[in-house]
Each structure stands twice: as structure tokens, then as C-alpha cells.
Design a binder for this molecule. Structure first.
Ligand code: ADP
Length: 249
């Protein structure tokens, strides 16, 4: 459904992705792991059509994002939604939560998604009381804000989420609750996702397929159990050993 082929991306003449290949099938739960600066966020942004490849392609249902006609572009916008740390970039700090969610529902209609939910239903879906509609993002805890940003993404009716470090800014207990929520929603809503994280414990809980990124290249790919229980690459072993003490229950 989404495919990356030979993707290279440069920032101001410096190449940071050196030929990435990746396929995302409907419902697939993919993890991208690697240390800070390895290029995970850049892959996520490329999947959302937010950065332009310097070489290679990102395609949606077989067509390069740069060649999508208007109808397909709308379908793509609805189908692939981001969730960043604590709603960064997706929640307007000046707008009430209810208004941001209503914007998402309006976008869903514009994109032609069959979305029948209301703002109250979206809030309940992420286990928040409908009264939260009357608050601004600054009046929420980090965990509540992340629930709202997930609801905002779901409002548009996506089939794939790009989750970029969705729990990194949260304390461990709240992290665990958000991980549970993502897992439950993925099952109930039949969502696939690309989860970007430097935390192997979270990838272990949430992903079926894992790609290990180092300095703009994928050094190892495999099923969750292959990568976590039997890593082949020295770099993957180091990543695993560095988080061993943080593994969630
Ligand atoms: P990660 O998500 O794994 O931490 P990023 O994709 O954010 O990695 O960054 C990969 C590389 O690209 C890093 O060297 C980073 O400094 C660089 N980079 C990221 N965004 C920009 C930007 N907007 N301008 C210039 N360099 C950038």
C-alpha cells in the first residue's frame, strides 16, 4: 500500500538517507529503530509526503507521491496520518480540543472518508471524557494530549499511522497506558502503523516487523522475534542491550 524504493534524502546538500527500501502492507505493524540522528524521522516525514526525495520514490497504491492526481492525493491524505510527540504539529495550541477534532472530521469529509463519528465518540475512543472537548492542549497532561493527538489522527479515517516517538515525552506509567491504547486501537480499528522509536521495549510490544536504521541505512530487517531475540548485527545487539533494563511488563 505504501512503498519506499531507493529513497535518498539530503538536507542542504548533505545526504541523510542513503537508499532506503521499505514496504507497508495494509494492517502491518512496522517498527523503525535506531539511535538518534539515524534518519527515522526523515523516513516518517517522507512517508507522509512532507519531504521530497532527492532520489528514489515513495508510492501510495503503486503511484509515486509526486505523481498522484487530485483524487488520489485526497485518498493518500486521509489514509496516512501522523502522530508526533504530544501532538506537536497536529494540534493547534490556540484551538479547543473539540475544535481540532471537528477539523479532523471536516478533513475526513473533504477527503471522502466514510467517517460517521462525532467529537464525543472520538474522545471516548481514546478513553477521554467528552468534557475534554472544552480544553486547550495546554490544559492537558502529556498523556491526555497524546490521546487527543491520536484521536485527531483517527478523525480523518486513516488506515496507516506514522507514530513518531509517540511516548518519548511521557513518564513510564503514562507510556505504558499509551502503548496499551495504540495496541487496542490497532486491533479494533484495523490500523497499520509505522512506529518510530529509539526504545526497543516499545517496538517489542507493538511491532511485527522491525527495521534497524543506522546512519541513514537499514542494517537489519526481520520479524520482531528475529530482531529482538536473535539480532544478527552488532549494532542491533548494542541497541537491545542498552534498553534491557527498561523493558515494560
Ligand atoms: P532520527 O529521527 O533517527 O533522530 P532524523 O531523521 O531526525 O533522525 O535525522 C537524520 C539526520 O538528518 C540527522 O543528522 C539530522 O541532524 C539531520 N536533519 C534532520 N532534519 C533536518 C533538517 N530539517 N535540516 C537539516 N538537517 C536535518
Amino acid at each position: 500500500m505504501l512503498e519506499i524504493d531507493g529513497l535518498r534524502i539530503s538536507y542542504r546538500g548533505t545526504e541523510v538517507l542513503h537508499g532506503i527500501d521499505l514496504r507497508i502492507e495494509p494492517g502491518e505493524r512496522i517498527g523503525l529503530i535506531g539511535e538518534s540522528g539515524s534518519g527515522k524521522t526523515t523516513i516518517g516525514r517522507a512517508l507522509l509526503g512532507l519531504v521530497r526525495p532527492t532520489a528514489g520514490t515513495v508510492s501510495f497504491e503503486g503511484t509515486s507521491l509526486t505523481d498522484l492526481d487530485r483524487a488520489r492525493k485526497r485518498r493518500f491524505r486521509a489514509a496516512v496520518q501522523p502522530v508526533f510527540q504530544e501532538g506537536a504539529e497536529t494540534l493547534n495550541p490556540r484551538r479547543l480540543v473539540g475544535a481540532s477534532l471537528a477539523d479532523g472530521l471536516t478533513a475526513a469529509r473533504r477527503f471522502g472518508t466514510a467517517q460517521t463519528r462525532t467529537v464525543d465518540e472520538l474522545l471516548r475512543l481514546v478513553e477521554l471524557d467528552p468534557q475534554f472537548a472544552e480544553r486547550r492542549p495546554s490544559e492537558l497532561s502529556g498523556g491526555q494530549r497524546q490521546r487527543v493527538s491520536i484521536a485527531r489522527a483517527l478523525a480523518v479515517g486513516p488506515s496507516v499511522l506514522v507514530l513518531d516517538e509517540p511516548t518519548s515525552a511521557l513518564d513510564p506509567t503514562t507510556q505504558a497506558h499509551i502503548v496499551d491504547l495504540i495496541e487496542a486501537l490497532a486491533t479494533d480499528e484495523q490500523l497499520g502503523y509505522v512506529l518510530i522509536s529509539h526504545n526497543l521495549a516499545i517496538i517489542d510490544r507493538l511491532c511485527d516487523t522491525v527495521h534497524v536504521l543506522r546512519q541513514g541505512e537499514i542494517v537489519e530487517s526481520g520479524s520482531r522475534s528475529q530482531i529482538i531475540d536473535d539480532p544478527q548485527h552488532e549494532y542491533t545487539r548494542r541497541l537491545r542491550d542498552s534498553v534491557a533494563e527498561l523493558l515494560l511488563d
